[in-house]
Design a protein. Structure first.
Length: 306
């Protein structure tokens, strides 16, 4: 019975974080799933070992035990019992323990029902079913889908019905979803193998930008034209926000490129109902052209007053 390097199975090092373990597992599970490799004899074995590695490394308690004993796994139970009796250091000094020892029994909550484990796993953790004695149950494949929406679609929370493999799935899309964001719909992926649980559905949003507003997070940015006379003398201008119109005062002497903020007139904050970002406007002062001779004369007189 050989030691299994679970980090090597997932292509990781011992310093791997839980997020790295999760990502590596998902990637390899998709690649080696029996549904994807129906004619490859090694697929089932590889998939089983990937699941087993994830079972150990994603559980802090099992990972700690695995990291602590490593290739000395055959004596792990004896070491554990000795530690309880305060004799751990003495045991190490005597060169380890014999092959007997004690076996910790885990409850059904510790392991997935119906999953096979290698003899190495069973020996180290005290429980598990040999692959020779049962039918393997594997979790179904995760399914990835893309949903195209516009900025106006995601300005408000909405419900949609998706059709996937002839099944209709009702989903709620929260306001404020961003382009490229992915959400998980649990249990709506591929069917499990031999009664195993279904995989999950991952939906990635592709959101078409609005032509008038640039969105960064929950804030919106836009350019607003104002005429020269309003910029010089002050006045009012009616502007379009994302969903309505607002009358805005323009201060006398407003310069081209002046920026103003309209608080709460931006985009909804994702999963924070009633909260909105801000709208930032940049004024673009329009210089009049095709002036009449009278208008040109007035500008000439004005320039001389300078």
């Amino acid at each position: 019975m050989e030691f299994i390097d679970y980090y090597k199975v997932l292509g990781l090092t011992k310093s791997a974080t839980q997020d790295e373990i999760k990502k590596a597992y998902r990637k390899l599970a998709r690649k080696h799933h029996p549904d994807v490799n129906p004619n490859q004899a090694e697929a089932k074995k590889n998939f089983q070992q990937i699941n087993e590695a994830n079972e150990v490394l994603s559980d802090p308690e099992k990972r700690k035990k695995y990291d602590e004993y490593g290739k000395d796994w055959m004596h792990a139970d004896a070491y554990e019992e000795a530690k309880k009796q305060g004799a751990y250091q003495r045991a190490q000094g005597q060169g380890g323990f014999g092959g007997g020892g004690y076996s910790k029994q885990y409850s059904s909550e510790d392991f997935g029902e119906g999953q096979d484990f290698s003899d190495f796993f069973s020996s180290m953790f005290g429980r598990g079913r040999s692959s020779s004695g049962s039918t393997s149950q594997f979790r179904g494949q995760d399914v990835n889908a893309t949903l195209q929406l516009t900025e106006k679609d995601v300005y408000t929370t909405q419900k949609q019905v998706l059709t996937l493999n002839e099944n209709k799935i009702r989903i709620t899309i929260p306001a404020g979803v961003e382009n490229g964001q992915t959400i998980k719909i649990k249990g709506h992926g591929g069917e499990g193998v031999n009664g195993g649980p279904k995989g999950d559905l991952y939906i990635t949003f592709q959101i078409t930008p609005d032509p008038h507003f640039k969105r960064i997070g929950a804030d919106l940015y836009a350019t607003q034209n104002i005429d020269l006379y309003s910029a010089v003398l002050g006045g009012e201008v009616v502007i379009d926000t994302f969903m309505d119109k607002v009358k805005l005062k323009v201060a006398a002497g407003t310069q081209n490129g002046t920026k103003v903020r309209l608080k709460g007139k931006g985009f909804p904050v994702y999963k924070n109902e009633g909260q909105f970002g801000d709208l930032y406007l940049t004024y673009n002062v329009i210089i009049p052209n095709n002036l009449t001779e009278e208008q040109l004369d007035l500008f000439t007189k004005l320039s001389k007053l300078k």
